[in-house]
Design a protein around this ligand. Structure first.
Ligand code: UN1
Length: 512
């Protein structure tokens, strides 16, 4: 059937011309510039959204502050009930939202659906969590005393998200923050404003239906200037930001300057070590999806393969042959494996990285390049490519958000691990091996220095149940599952004296 953009937008409650500043189901109607959303799939304009002005931002913050005073008092399991309903609404809109993600961002429809599934999963997780925001009870050293800790909501949480996961990353933050009793103000990527409007509609409608005021789910539209409103604002207790290391350093500095809290989810430079004991069928499949899935635009994308000398030639041949079977084209057509990059700037970065690999002495194994002609009119479709390199090349040390894969040879296991760790970033990592000693070494304190370390799986595609994030220039934040919720709450330690005495801690005597 033919893909109808207008009907799709309608299903998600969006128009071709949209207000950009929302406090829930209501918008702030002030003048602002316009942001145009263009699809990398066909280069066509999808719609326009108004940019949030400083004045509009102030009005949003007033509502958010007011809403927090109410929302924080709603019992956590009741907050979970609202999130449960958002999960149901997302299930109903899964196909439509997945399609818009695919069309506005350029990832395959399958991956668009997968992204919405991550949102549904995190809703379920958050609902369970809403009855498990546990603190500990301690034994006091003093007689007649009781000690315990409790977790209170933080306040206003600012969420800055990237184009590559335009909807899932918002949900990792907001669903958890909402059950924790926070209110959220979201600044999505200026490259994917329409998917954010769709999410805003879905969540706001549920809050509204449940009788909650405006201000719990807010949306701002704009670029880094609008993100800076959140970073600078002492009313924003936590800024959770996903994107480039450059963006993260600037947000981290500004928020740190006012001693606010940050949760940073920045670049990766993820490697798979393929040992002599790897199951090569699994290794090739894992490496391939890791490197070319989402056109190499995941922070968890596989950028480097560190391959044992003894299997190097075989891996190389099988990889080159697998690359030759990749089909590039319209991501909404399920026959295609790879869609476009997000925009022509991304294509420029890809081309300049290829130039730099060559200049530094990299050997081209699978040729890159931009596709043109029928179906590629947007100018955003590029060929996934493979180079033989050395880890110290400057370009290899950086994250290029494109399908460029680097192959590196090793002999000793220690050498492979130090190569894998030998980059400024520390997000995801993997080892392909059937050997228990190798695998355990890789996962040990001497092994991977990343926030994510997998065995016999690629570097991307983490499940929501784990804490997601990484070390070093990746920023140190953890989102999503496990106890990542603690970042969205403040811990209070309480000591209660139920005796008629007043013994001091540490046995200190103070008598009069
Ligand atoms: C990102 O690229 O910012 O682990 C997030 C993965 C996805 C999330 C990636 N679940 O690849």
């Amino acid at each position: 059937e033919k893909f109808e953009v207008k009907a799709l937008l309608e299903q998600l409650g969006i128009n071709e011309v949209n207000k950009g500043t929302w406090t829930g189901v209501e918008y702030i109607d002030l003048k602002g510039e316009w942001l145009v959303s263009k699809s990398p799939v066909d280069g066509k304009e999808i719609g326009k959204v108004q940019v949030t002005s400083r004045e509009a931002y102030e009005l949003v913050m007033e509502k958010a502050e007011k809403a927090f005073k109410v929302w924080r008092k709603v019992p956590a399991p009741q907050r979970g009930e609202v999130v449960r309903q958002i999960g149901i609404a997302l299930r109903e809109k899964k196909e439509a939202l997945g399609k818009l993600v695919s069309y506005e961002m350029g990832k395959s429809y399958q991956e668009g659906l997968g992204e919405v599934q991550e949102m549904i999963d995190i809703c379920d997780f958050a609902v369970g969590l809403s009855r498990q925001l546990y603190g500990l009870a301690m034994h006091s050293e003093r007689p007649g005393h009781r000690m315990y800790e409790q977790w209170h909501p933080l306040g206003i949480v600012g969420v800055i998200s990237a184009f590559n996961f335009p909807v899932a990353v918002w949900s990792w933050n907001t669903m958890i923050a909402w059950v924790c009793g926070d209110v959220c103000v979201w600044k999505p990527s200026e490259k994917t404003p329409l998917t954010s409007l769709a999410c805003q509609n879905i969540a706001a409608e549920v809050f509204n239906k449940n009788g909650f005021s405006e201000g719990i789910s807010c949306l701002l539209i704009g670029d880094a200037n609008v993100g800076a409103f959140l970073a600078q604002d002492p009313r924003v207790a936590l800024v959770s930001a996903t994107g480039s290391t450059r963006m993260g350093k600037s947000v981290g500095e500004v928020v740190g300057g006012r001693l606010g809290r940050v949760l940073l989810e920045l670049g990766g430079n993820n490697a798979i070590i393929i040992t002599e004991n790897a199951d090569l069928d699994v290794a090739i499949r894992g490496a391939l999806f890791g490197a070319v899935g989402t056109a190499g635009q995941r922070c968890t994308s596989t950028r480097r393969l560190i391959i044992h000398d003894s299997v190097y030639e075989e891996v190389k041949e099988r990889l080159v042959s697998a690359y030759s079977k990749l089909v590039i084209g319209d991501p909404l057509n399920e026959k295609n494996h790879i869609g476009p990059l997000i925009d022509v700037d991304a294509v420029d970065n890809y081309l300049s990285a290829i130039e730099r690999v060559k200049a530094e002495g990299g050997k081209e194994l699978v040729e890159g390049g931009v596709l043109n002609g029928e179906g590629f009119e947007s100018g955003c479709y590029v060929k996934p490519c493979v180079f033989e390199v050395e880890n110290h090349f400057q370009v290899v040390q950086q994250e290029t958000f494109a399908p460029i894969l680097y192959l590196i040879k090793y002999n000793e296991l220690e050498e492979a691990v130090s190569c894998q760790n030998g980059v400024p970033q520390g997000l995801s990592s993997a080892m392909m091996t059937m050997n228990m000693r190798e695998a355990e070494y890789f996962l040990s304190v001497e092994g991977s220095d990343c926030g994510i370390a997998n065995v016999n799986i690629g570097t991307s595609g983490a499940e929501i149940g784990g804490a997601f994030g990484g070390e070093k220039e990746t920023g140190g934040g953890r989102e999503s599952g496990s106890d990542a919720w603690k970042a969205y709450m403040r811990r209070q330690t309480n000591t209660i004296n139920y005796s008629a005495e007043l013994p001091l801690a540490q046995g200190i005597k103070f008598d009069i």
